[in-house]
Ligand binder design. Structure first.
Ligand code: UDP
Ligand code: MN
Length: 328
């Protein structure tokens, strides 16, 4: 089907790493759909070249383009920058139906059957299951919908400051109107859930179709040992179920790294790759874009907005450690 596509977004070279793994995972699963990645001008030319190796279409979008409606919306709601960029996926009207996937997701199996669903189909959010998670959703490109979304964003903003709040308010009947629009959770299994409901993960985790590395710390913030094929936990948060993270890294090192080397990206320090580690063929790999650190005030604010850093500073291990210290 050439009028159907998987679509993702990357506004910088770090998220491109995610997009490359996602695209590669879709190819490995033999998808028959087109693969499209939306990029912004911040993405480097060399990374764009590599994206062309994996994606059928690399489309540059620029929210700050001359007086279009997105630009106007952004002027009034500057906080919605990346959110409005994501909305560009509705402008891909040369496709009749699409599945948007965050760049921090990867597929474990073919999920082409999602195209049988209608707009707007998505899986529940693990934090508030009456909302859908906007990391994976089925939609129908349409300029009319795009303009309505922009207008909605300008007038109402987003209750969480991001695309998920906006889309949930816009497609507000999702929770109650049509069960066919509720994708099973296995189509957007957030890595957070692997320990927030462990028995369910043990029972159903093996059916996972899409994993989503939701949260502030992304797979590319870790360091990987190519010999043991495991992420290293030194200086980095404990990972309760590293299986998916290891799989992400395995895909990155076996499929993406050769492409990056071929295009000379690995030697480019600005890409965040530690070139010497790779060229000297040492066994440990790190493309660690250092995790941006946060002040405790910022963290408190994030907690209050429901954006806990489950895999990082707010991980169960860290909370437990704090409690233990406190109790002692
Ligand atoms: N994104 C991006 N650049 C950014 C932040 C986000 O390109 O600086 C895109 C990317 O596709 C990402 C999606 O927007 O997967 C949603 O953001 P993220 O996955 O970081 O949010 P989370 O799923 O952790 O809530
Ligand atoms: Mn995400």
């Amino acid at each position: 089907m050439t009028d159907q596509a998987f679509v993702t977004l990357a506004t910088n070279d770090s998220y491109v790493k995610g997009a490359l793994v996602l695209g590669s995972s879709l190819r490995s699963a033999n998808t028959t759909k087109k693969l499209v990645v939306l990029v912004t001008p911040q993405v480097s030319d060399s990374m764009k070249k590599v994206l062309h190796k994996v994606y059928d279409e690399v489309k540059q979008v620029d929210v700050l383009d001359s007086g279009d409606s997105a630009h106007l919306a952004l002027m009034q709601r500057p906080e919605l920058g990346i959110t409005l960029t994501k909305l560009h996926c509705w402008t891909l009207t040369h496709y009749s139906k699409c599945v948007f996937m965050d760049a921090d997701t990867m597929v474990l199996t073919n999920i082409d059957e999602l195209f049988e669903r209608e707009e707007l189909s998505a899986a529940p959010d693990p934090g508030w299951p009456d909302c859908f998670n906007s990391g994976v959703f089925v939609y129908r490109p349409s300029i009319e919908t795009y303009n309505n979304l922009l207008q909605f964003a300008t007038e109402r903003g987003s209750f969480d400051g991001g695309d998920q709040g906006l889309l949930n308010s816009f497609f507000s009947s999702w929770a109650t109107s049509d069960i066919n629009k509720h994708l099973p959770f296995v189509y957007n299994l957030s890595t957070v859930s692997t320990y927030s409901y462990l028995p369910a993960f043990k029972a159903f985790g093996a059916n996972a179709k899409v994993v989503h590395f939701l949260g502030r710390i992304k797979p590319w913030n870790y360091t990987f040992d190519t010999k043991t094929k495991c992420v290293r936990e030194m200086h980095q948060p404990m990972v309760v179920h590293p299986e998916f993270l290891n799989l992400w890294w395995d895909t990155f090192s076996t499929r993406i790294l050769p492409l990056l080397t071929e295009h000379g990206v690995v030697k480019d320090a600005s890409s965040g790759l530690k070139a010497e580690e790779i060229t000297e063929a040492v066994s440990q790999l790190s493309i660690a874009a250092p995790v941006p650190s946060m002040s405790s005030e910022e963290r408190k604010e994030r907690w209050e907005q429901g954006q806990m850093d489950y895999l990082g500073e707010d991980s169960f291990e860290n909370i437990k450690r704090r409690l233990d210290t406190f109790l002692k």
